[in-house]
Write a protein that binds this ligand. Structure first.
Ligand SMILES: Cc1ncc(COP(=O)(O)O)c(C=O)c1O
Length: 368
């Protein structure tokens, strides 16, 4: 038996421990901006929906209840501009789907999965779990005529860069993939967090022409509705691909708990809490952006999403240390790909009090 974990990339977060210890030694405590974990409350209506279904003795449906499936389809129509009848399927958060999607769709050793050059590490993990090769590229021209390509991941708004891909770009990717029978999967878990532009879903009619063949969009309620602790996500798109995912997931027991399914309906049918949460992040983003810019950082992309992608044009670990000496913990760009070694990722997911503390500390002269 060979250990599957040996095929996976190193788990990089351990490398951040020394900086975390340094930041934690600050007399006023650490400001941890290294991870995108929500800190604000779960919306009350969502909590109520969860507790109202806590008496759920039977097995839930892998496909989701009819009410949840309708809520997902309705949300895709309203928020993504999707017409027709896309396949829909709830998932246990989106990370498990990202990690298992290539395997579930039959990607094999010898196949290639294309991922963005700078990206969320789990795309690579998923390809490696399937035994496939990974190509990091933002340009399909650079990928060329490689017939081994079976799946392409795109992520807009991007974690970590906050870059948004315009509809024309998404359309080119979909057209390229369709000509070659390649599946396009778009991770859109930050779709509701556009700041300088309105992100477009790969399932928008202006991208697909109303035909979902070969296209999937992965969504999460973790960021949009502060539901990271509930594990609530879903996938929508090509009905044949979604049916294939459902068939395998049923066998594998990849089922969203019934109370979480009920909570998802409450979250997907209310936009007020989404607007409230957006307003909190908008204020934190302004505070952090202003403070970082004054401290000599340059902010790249970051037009959407939960992060500021910042650089002092030096090695990312030097920046991480500089910030840690001020009690601020950031994630080094190197975690997201070799092309990102001069950036750090600064999350907006901290309380207003901690964000204000970070801004005060950034105002001290950056002489070291
Ligand atoms: C780009 C991206 N995709 C997927 C996820 C997974 O989110 P979850 O499993 O909470 O839905 C994250 C989490 O940070 C992310 O940044």
């Amino acid at each position: 038996m060979s250990a599957l974990s040996s095929a996976l990339p190193d788990f990089p977060w351990d490398l951040l421990e020394p900086a975390k210890t340094l930041a934690a030694a600050h007399p006023d405590g650490i400001v941890d901006l290294s991870v995108g974990t929500p800190v604000d409350p779960v919306p009350p209506a969502v909590q109520e929906a969860l507790s109202a279904t806590s008496d759920s003795p039977g097995y839930p449906l892998t496909a989701g209840t009819p009410a949840l499936r309708a809520a997902i389809a309705g949300w895709l129509a309203r928020a993504c501009g999707t017409t027709g009848e896309p396949g829909v399927l709830p998932t246990i958060g989106s990370k498990e789907l990202v990690a298992w999607l290539p395997t579930l769709l039959g990607v094999r050793p010898g196949d290639v999965v294309v991922i963005p050059s700078v990206c969320y590490p789990t795309y690579e993990v998923g390809a490696r779990l399937a035994g496939a090769e990974v190509i990091r590229s933002d340009s399909l021209t650079a990928v060329g005529p490689d017939r081994r390509v079976k799946l392409i991941w795109i992520n807009s708004p991007s974690n970590p860069t906050g870059r948004v891909l315009p509809a024309a770009h998404l359309r080119k990717v979909v057209d390229w993939a369709r000509e070659r029978g390649v599946t396009v999967v778009s991770d859109e878990c930050y779709l509701s967090l556009g700041w300088e532009t309105t992100p477009v879903s790969v399932l928008a009619d202006e991208v697909t022409g109303g035909d979902h063949t070969g296209v999937l969009a992965v969504h999460s309620l973790s960021k949009r509705s502060n539901l990271a602790g509930y594990r609530a996500g879903f996938v929508g798109g090509d009905p044949a691909l979604v049916a294939e995912l459902l068939a395998v997931r049923k066998h594998a027991g990849m089922i969203v708990p019934a109370p979480v399914q009920a909570a998802m309906i409450a979250a997907l049918t209310d936009e007020t809490h989404v607007a409230d949460q957006r307003a909190r992040y908008a204020a934190r983003r302004d505070t952090l952006r202003t403070a970082l810019t004054k401290a000599g950082f340059e902010i790249s992309h970051s037009e959407a999403g939960l992060y500021l992608w910042a650089t002092r044009d030096e090695d990312c670990w030097a920046t991480v240390d500089r910030l840690a000496r001020r009690g601020i913990l950031a994630a080094p760009g190197a975690f997201y790909g070799p092309a990102a070694a001069r950036h750090v990722r600064i999350a907006m997911t901290a309380t207003d009090e901690r964000v204000a503390a970070a801004a005060d500390r950034l105002a001290e002269p950056f002489t070291d």
